[in-house]
Design a protein around this ligand. Structure first.
Ligand code: SF4
Ligand code: SF4
Length: 276
């Protein structure tokens, strides 16, 4: 009995010796800055930076293999904190960008050419003739974008339309990549004039399928400061660098132009001329 106990103790001692040696040989040096950077990152692990998670980004920043402002979710505040950890200056800090669904054609305004009853997913719906909306550029309303948003920033309206809440949107762009119709755009949060349509169809066709689509009449182009709104294949597109007065919304006969303040919660549409 005593011999067995002594033998076991000897084996345990030998194993612990081997483990101690292995721990030294295979030890990985962790840069203490990487730990601090990880603490400074939002911890969303959303993958918006293109890496599997925040710890991997932290490691790469500490190694100088990723930029200090590589986290789109953290924005300028996090970049500044990381710059301090790395002993660098960070002079950046541009305007926050948020996602916006460039379609306002809910069920009350936009026609459907058939009713899709398959899997509740926009990608699946789009496989069937591009989806059930008569407008080839319309929101399919099945919420695939809302499903991928790690921050719960996208709500589905009862009218089958996705709407981003700018207060919750971190600008990670996951929804942009997920939308099979390509109608989600990143826009500067300090801008107020938005044309909520993505249709490049000719005006007559758009008018037939949607009551709030851009018909390319160019009234807004003519009324806006020069170059502030331009036509792109039958669609009016805002230049977000330009200053455009809110009264422009009243020029649109289709009520396609919306006045929304994205860096606060106020929706200025009503102030610009009624319910839109
Ligand atoms: S709305 Fe889009 S960009 Fe904004 S946080 Fe959600 S997935 Fe990211
Ligand atoms: S915006 Fe795109 S992904 Fe979101 S509900 Fe509409 S079609 Fe689907």
């Amino acid at each position: 009995m005593l011999t067995a106990i002594l033998a076991l103790a000897a084996v345990a001692l030998a194993l612990s010796f081997v483990l101690a040696i292995a721990a030294r040989v295979f030890a990985v040096d962790v840069d203490p800055r990487a730990e601090k950077i990880e603490e400074a990152l939002p911890g969303a692990n959303c993958g918006a930076c293109g890496l599997p998670g925040c710890s991997e980004l932290a490691r790469r920043i500490a190694e100088g293999k990723a930029d200090i402002d590589a986290c789109p979710v953290g924005g300028a505040a996090v970049a500044r904190a990381i710059a301090a950890i790395m002993g660098q200056d960070f002079a950046g800090g541009g305007v926050r960008r948020v996602a916006m669904v460039m379609c306002n054609g809910g069920d009350e305004s936009a026609r459907r050419r058939f009713w899709y009853n398959g899997v509740r997913d926009c990608n699946s719906a789009a496989l069937l003739f591009g989806g059930d909306k008569s407008c080839a550029y319309g929101c399919l309303g099945l919420g695939t974008c809302a499903g991928v948003c790690p921050f719960g920033a996208i709500d589905m309206t009862g009218a089958g339309l996705a709407v981003v809440d700018p207060a919750r949107c971190t600008g990670c762009t996951k929804c942009v990549d997920a939308c099979p119709k390509g109608i989600i755009r990143m826009v500067p949060a300090d801008r107020t004039i938005h044309i909520l349509c993505s249709s490049h169809d000719k005006g007559a066709k758009t008018r037939k399928v949607c009551a709030v689509g851009c018909i390319g009449c160019m009234k807004c182009v003519k009324a806006a400061p020069e170059g502030a709104i331009a036509m792109d294949r039958n669609l009016a597109v805002v230049d977000y660098e330009a200053e455009i007065p809110p009264e422009i919304a009243g020029e649109c006969p289709m009520k396609t132009i919306h006045v929304r303040k994205l860096d606060g919660l106020a929706d200025l549409d009503a102030a610009a001329g009624g319910e839109r």
